[in-house]
Ligand binder design. Structure first.
Ligand SMILES: [Zn+2]
Length: 422
């Protein structure tokens, strides 16, 4: 299948032509962004009705999309559409898209191109039923760069082609702007307009890379990792398959804000593997990563205010009424992964208070090696640190895990509940 976008950043609109073979499609309808108009649906050599209905997708919390029926065809189907992206059709609600002169963001989650999803959906990701791979091209005005979640395979004048046949195609994201490219030893930075201090960026990235490699084991983070600046409010995220990190531009504005890029960087190499409910607790990625973030920021700034910051946010979370007091090992079961950024990181901080940072770093390096390809569990984690702790610390470490991982006893030191539990 072929998907060709043409972006008019000055009008805020896009036009697109999608071409499918019979074998590409396995539903009798497709969904599209509600602000788009289909110009034509051509099946084999005949044109068909372009009428649609607005429907709610429950799997995206009532997100409104247009639904089109697909006529029967035996060879090719060509869909042409156009529309505006104003940023108002965001879903999830953190997924925003936009087309404008300063910044354009195309995200598959906002249905910027036809989505072939079964009606019996209980999970959007599970039911993206299009198989095969698309060749995607994006035409932009001269002077603009397109950086995508997919690998750029070629560029002809102002058209960018993406067709790395190894990657799943139906989660295409791209950012378009007059990016300034900065190549550093730690990666390629695509920066938006506005002031930034490149010396500071070099210093912080270099510091972070050296800190992580020397404290938690050496990782060969690719020097062509792309850091793509996006405006604040668009939400940072990482596309690991293509070594691309979309990161909010405020992170580049001061050393104090560099924590965001430090956080994403440490995700690239220093998280143990976890699966299913254990993974959804976010302990083995977000608790560890937030803890690294705290260590690096404290070392960079020579101040220790991250513990207070996390403790304050955790108190806000617990007083929002959204969470019950549940021990860390049940965060996955209750979908409380958000608490790992605060409670989880503080639990690791408490652990270093018992065994010392040096010993913690040493055990963590071994733990990350052990569970690099093998999925860990909370039991593995607790046993690993208890076994490797010095003899006179084993009892205290065990008590810490009982109080923090398996009960909420440890939380009392930090949490002042001021709300009335439901
Ligand atoms: Zn994270």
């Amino acid at each position: 299948m072929d998907i060709s976008f043409k972006i008019d950043v000055f009008k805020g609109s896009l036009t697109c032509q999608c071409k499918y073979e019979k074998c590409d499609i396995c539903t009798s309808h497709f969904y599209l962004n509600r602000d788009f108009t289909v110009k034509s649906i051509k099946a084999d050599d005949r044109y068909f009705s372009t009428s649609s209905s607005l429907v709610k997708l429950d799997v995206l919390e009532g997100y409104l999309v247009r639904k089109f029926e697909i006529p029967k065809f035996s060879h090719t189907l060509i869909i042409e559409f156009e529309g505006y992206l104003t940023g108002d059709t965001g879903c999830c609600p953190y997924v925003k898209e936009t087309i404008n002169e300063d910044f354009t963001f195309i995200r598959w989650e906002t249905f910027c191109y036809p989505m072939f999803i079964e009606d019996t959906q209980d999970s959007l990701f599970k039911y993206l039923t299009v198989s095969g791979y698309a060749d995607i091209s994006v035409e932009v005005p001269y002077g603009y760069k397109t950086i995508a979640s997919e690998k750029l395979t070629s560029k002809k004048e102002n058209i960018f082609y993406f067709n790395d046949h190894k990657a799943a195609k139906y989660n295409f994201n791209c950012a378009i702007a007059k990016y300034k490219e900065l190549i550093l030893p730690t990666g390629i930075f695509y920066l938006l307009n506005g002031s930034f201090d490149s010396d500071m960026l070099i210093e912080v990235m270099d510091f972070t890379s050296k800190y992580m490699n020397s404290h938690f084991g050496y990782r060969d983070i690719k020097s062509n990792t792309k850091y793509v600046s996006i405006p604040d409010g668009y939400g940072s995220f990482t596309c690991e398959e293509n070594d691309t990190i979309f990161i909010q531009q405020s992170t580049f504005s001061s050393k104090k804000n560099m924590n965001q890029i430090i956080h994403e960087f440490t995700h690239l190499g220093w998280n143990a593997k976890a699966e299913g409910t254990v993974s959804r607790s976010r302990f083995f990625d977000e608790a560890f990563t937030s803890y690294y973030e705290m260590r690096i920021m404290n070392a960079l700034e020579g101040k220790e205010y991250y513990l207070d910051l996390y403790s304050k946010t955790w108190n806000e979370q617990m007083n929002s009424g959204k969470y019950k007091e549940i021990p860390i090992h049940k965060f996955g079961e209750y979908e409380y992964g958000d608490l790992s950024y605060t409670a989880g990181a503080i639990c690791l901080y408490e652990l270093t208070n018992i065994i010392s940072e040096t010993i913690f770093d040493n055990i963590t390096t071994q733990f990350l090696n052990e569970f690099k390809n093998k999925a860990t569990t909370f039991e593995d984690f607790c046993n690993f640190y208890i076994n490797k702790a010095k003899n006179d610390k084993k009892e205290s470490v065990k008590k810490l895990f009982d109080d923090w991982i398996y009960s909420c006893e440890g939380f009392k030191k930090y949490i002042k509940i001021t709300y009335i539990p439901r």
